[in-house]
Design a protein around this ligand. Structure first.
Ligand SMILES: Nc1nc2c(c(=O)[nH]1)N=C([C@H](O)[C@H](O)COP(=O)(O)OP(=O)(O)OP(=O)(O)O)CN2
Ligand SMILES: [Zn+2]
Length: 143
């Protein structure tokens, strides 16, 4: 069979955008402290983002299928974990996880990781990278 018998490791990424609104507000801070810490992002009426998420899996390139993971399956995982619960939602009001967790991009990456790891094959999920804006990007690898 063509190719070396040595194990080849691939990093496979699928990108998905979604729109959502949020407000940065911590239940552990007073209203004044929230204004102090989050500034304009604490506006009671919230604001929106067109988030771009990069989901990366890392694993052996299968010698028969030539795949780390079927992108069709990864696409479905993204639909279930990201699009259905988060797209066109108010993160703080529509997503129970964020009722008492500040909807920073860091915490959003943790949320997506914790749910994505449940639906992807064991030990394959490598990284969640979220572009909150063109300038603000968070990378999380489950640590
Ligand atoms: N560590 C974090 N800090 C901030 C986060 C975050 O998720 N993690 N989020 C925000 C706000 O959500 C805000 O929407 C982004 O703030 P800002 O940087 O002002 O947005 P822009 O980059 O688009 O604005 P520029 O003026 O172009 O820099 C704030 N902090
Ligand atoms: Zn924001």
């Amino acid at each position: 069979m063509a190719g070396s018998s040595a194990e080849r490791i691939g990093y496979l990424t699928r990108v998905q955008s979604f729109s959502a609104c949020h407000r940065l507000h911590s239940v552990h801070l007073s209203d004044e402290e929230n204004k102090e810490v989050y500034g304009k992002c604490n506006n009671p009426n919230g604001h929106g983002h067109n988030y771009k998420v990069e989901v990366t899996v890392r694993g052996k390139i299968d010698g028969v299928t030539g795949m780390v993971m079927n992108l069709t399956d990864l696409k479905q995982c993204i639909e279930d974990v990201i699009m259905t619960p988060l797209d066109h939602k108010n993160l703080d009001k529509d997503v129970p996880y964020f009722a008492n967790v500040v909807s920073t991009t860091e915490n959003l990456a943790v949320y997506i990781w914790d749910n994505m790891v449940k639906v992807t094959p064991p030990n394959l999920l490598y990284e969640i990278k979220i572009h909150e804006t063109d300038k603000n990007i968070i990378t999380y690898r489950g640590e």
